[in-house]
Design a protein around this ligand. Structure first.
Ligand code: HEC
Ligand code: HEC
Length: 244
């Protein structure tokens, strides 16, 4: 087992850190999965405790081995619906299994697939990618995942949540009166339209004020063209918060 993989600050890490003395290692650069139905669920559900290095390193497992790996993750604290588990298992066995992934990997499939340019549904993108950590109603988990519902930072500038989603966020923050020092992984694998839709959704859902203006796919593409590290996004956020 490669102990250099960073386990995130979560209950499993806290519990295991004492027992295993995990080194505090900077988050590995964003890891990209082969695109295919279910990949978004893996990005969303499998990075709450560790980055995706474990997952890509396990490429080649037989279906029964992936199944028992998932059972092991549930023992560590992964909570997942039967539908999501089935979709993740199908993805892992197809794209990270013993056989080469199908050549049709890029063909749109599954209810979440978007034709390029199609209007993305922000609520759907949120539920599939964000709710595992921030909660289905955006309430977060105090001290671990900041609440997005009632979060005043979101109203300040659509460019903040857009950068957080594109590039991730790392470094200590204060939000809603609680302190956080976790790492949010990048969701840059999502399309520009999906990112615009989810940013507009979290800024206006749950009674959030929205702030001036919404963001569109073109503006997200312009931000994407100037890549930032998750620490740069932290600095951008700090400047924005202190200026307001
Ligand atoms: C609740 C925390 C948690 C979540 C969520 C989680 N894992 Fe893990 N995972 C762990 C821990 C802890 C280890 C380290 C186990 C060890 O080193 O013995 C691990 C290790 C692994 C490994 C290395 C091999 C092994 O079995 O130890 C793989 C592969 C893996 N995880 C896959 C996944 C996948 C796929 C998902 C998403 C469905 C996922 N994990 C979600 C906690 C989690
Ligand atoms: C794996 C867990 C996880 C997932 C999934 C996740 N986030 Fe986060 N998010 C975090 C953590 C942890 C932080 C705080 C990071 C820190 O402490 O610097 C955060 C911070 C944020 C912030 C900054 C809040 C503030 O007060 O400035 C926004 C905005 C955000 N997330 C939006 C999203 C959106 C939108 C998605 C889905 C596309 C998403 N997150 C998915 C864990 C996650």
């Amino acid at each position: 087992m490669n102990r250099a993989i960073a386990l995130r600050d979560c209950a499993a890490r806290v519990a295991l850190a004492a027992a295993l003395a995990w080194p505090a290692v900077a988050q590995a650069a964003g890891i990209t999965l082969p695109p295919g139905p279910g990949a978004n669920l893996v990005y969303a559900r499998c990075q709450t405790c560790h980055d995706l290095q474990y997952v890509v390193d396990a490429k080649g497992l037989l279906p029964a081995q992936w199944k028992s790996t998932l059972a092991g993750m549930k023992d560590y604290g992964l909570t997942i619906s039967a539908d999501d588990e089935a979709a993740i298992l199908a993805y892992l066995t197809t794209y990270l299994g013993p056989n080469p992934p199908p050549a049709t990997a890029l063909a749109p499939a599954g209810p979440g697939a978007q034709a390029p340019g199609a209007a993305a549904n922000g609520r759907h993108v949120f539920e599939e990618n964000c709710s595992a950590c921030h909660g289905p109603e955006g309430a977060g988990q105090a001290g671990i995942y900041p609440a997005l519902a009632g979060n005043a930072d979101l109203a300040k500038d659509a460019g903040l949540p857009a950068r957080v989603v594109l590039f991730g966020l790392a470094g200590p923050i204060e939000a809603g009166g609680a302190s956080y020092s976790g790492t949010m992984p990048s969701f840059g694998h999502l399309g520009d339209a999906e990112i615009a839709a989810v940013v507009n959704y979290v800024r206006s859902a749950w009674g959030n004020a929205g702030g001036a203006g919404s963001i569109d796919a073109k503006a997200v593409a312009a931000l994407r063209a100037h890549p930032l590290s998750s620490a740069d996004v932290h600095a951008y956020r700090a400047a924005l918060v202190s200026a307001n």
